[in-house]
Write a protein that binds this ligand. Structure first.
Ligand code: SF4
Ligand code: SF4
Length: 421
């Protein structure tokens, strides 16, 4: 690559160069990266990405001098403008932050990868096409969601049925995945909150995508606007508390605090449900179906590890709820759990950018559950549920071809709670 053909942004250094130079290139992070596990491609490891970024920033690195040419020529091929290769390295990542748990020099990867994506976008590098489409569909007033679903679909069938008030102490922020794809999570949550006699409402068609996908893919253009819009809708309902079952929305709402005033309390549904169980506002009467036992719990990255990096990880509340359900005497654990939980592959915009890779990562999760002898994988994230659910179906197909049968399903914690009332 000649100096002239190098993309403009290479002339500007990536953010936090100090952290990049702190990397020891020890490679410990390779062993835990789900993307590396499936691809075996060094450039996609955290170490590889860091090395690539350092080389892009250094005009005359030590290695360039020895080799007499830009080391990135070797790393990313001799294409004229290797933008696609840089994009591939940075966006082939589920933002799971598992690398942060093992990094010797404590690079804050849960913030870092998002900042690098932001830097790329600010320098005119377009993120994967599907994520750009999602950004545009969220901004489109006809949809306000990344799936291009009609806005009316958020509202048409449940608000009247559940007789939800216009004002309430708690707003249940549903999120786009539960609104449009994982209806059972939505229906179960409504049933549970009604049974607990909670003073709550939803935003109906006034709910807009939380903007998590925009933030994760470096597309911050309308994030402030989204934050202000959703907060305004919540304030209009007189709510003192927001509860959401989606870890992506949960994190986006935490980011809102940097953009607008948010006085309300923020909870994930698992925290609220655990409290409702302890205060005896939820009493279970029906046991979990024996044929679906044993269960194994999957910690969603954003709810557990990443929230822990941000101050408070939610690991115990979902397990506490499951232990309270009649018929569940044991919760199996994945070999990597809690802070070390292996990603399902569905986060960080990876599913939109590289669906096949996401499914490979998710199928590995299913394989681990089969190895444990689990019949039900339980999570508390609609996106994990959707991703793992598809992986289970793919695994079933694969096994069918070998004349084998797989009995396995995926459930959200809230579905189990609702079925046990
Ligand atoms: S965040 Fe996850 S997928 Fe991305 S580099 Fe780190 S370990 Fe790999
Ligand atoms: S674990 Fe940290 S220091 Fe070691 S190679 Fe990975 S990013 Fe660099």
């Amino acid at each position: 690559m000649t100096e002239e053909s190098r993309p403009n942004f290479v002339k500007n250094k990536p953010p936090h160069m100090k952290e990049l130079y702190a990397c020891l290139q020890c490679g410990y992070c390779r062993s835990v990266c789900p993307v590396y596990r499936e691809t075996g491609w060094e450039t996609l490891t955290p170490r590889g990405k860091v090395f690539l970024l350092k080389q892009l920033a250094d005009k005359n690195s030590f290695l360039d001098k020895i080799l007499g040419k830009k080391i990135t020529d070797f790393l990313i091929g001799r294409k004229k403008i290797p933008v696609e290769e840089i994009m591939k390295a940075i966006y082939n990542c589920s933002l799971c932050s598992r690398c942060e748990t093992i990094c010797h020099v404590d690079i804050n990867f849960h913030e870092y990868w998002e900042e690098i994506r932001t830097w790329l976008v600010e320098n005119g590098i377009t993120p994967p096409e599907n994520t750009v489409n999602m950004y545009n569909d969220i901004a489109d007033k006809e949809f306000k969601n990344p799936f291009k679903e009609a806005l009316a679909k958020r509202n048409e069938w449940y608000r009247d049925e559940y007789d939800l008030p216009n004002k309430a102490e708690t707003v249940y922020f549903i999120g786009c995945v539960a609104s449009f794809h994982e209806y059972q999570v939505l229906l179960s949550t409504l049933k549970v909150l009604k049974t607990a006699d909670l003073d709550f409402t939803t935003l109906g068609t006034d709910e807009m995508c939380c903007g998590a996908i925009n933030a994760m893919t470096g597309q911050w253009g309308n994030f402030k606007e989204i934050a202000e819009y959703n907060v305004k809708q919540i304030v209009k309902r007189g709510a003192k508390r927001v509860v959401t079952g989606c870890p992506g929305c949960y994190r986006a709402f935490k980011k809102y605090r940097n953009f607008t005033k948010c006085d309300f309390e923020l909870l994930h549904t698992s925290e609220l449900i655990a409290d409702l169980i302890d205060s005896k506002k939820l009493v279970f009467t029906k046991p979990f179906k024996e044929k679906n036992l044993p269960i194994v719990y999957h910690d969603p990255c954003e709810l557990g590890r990443i929230s822990e990096f941000e101050g408070r990880g939610i690991f115990d509340a979902p397990r506490h709820i499951l232990k309270s359900i009649p018929g569940i005497d044991e919760i199996l654990e994945f070999p990597n759990n809690r802070m070390e939980s292996s990603c399902c592959g569905g986060g960080g915009g990876l599913k939109a950018g590289n669906y096949d890779l996401t499914m490979k990562i998710a199928i590995r999760k299913v394989d681990e559950a089969i190895e444990l002898g689990a019949k039900t994988i339980v999570s508390t994230c609609p996106n994990c549920k959707g991703t793992i659910g598809t992986a289970i179906e793919m695994k079933k197909e694969e096994m069918k071809k070998q004349d084998k049968k797989l009995k396995m399903k995926v459930m959200d914690v809230i579905e189990i709670v609702a079925k046990s009332l």
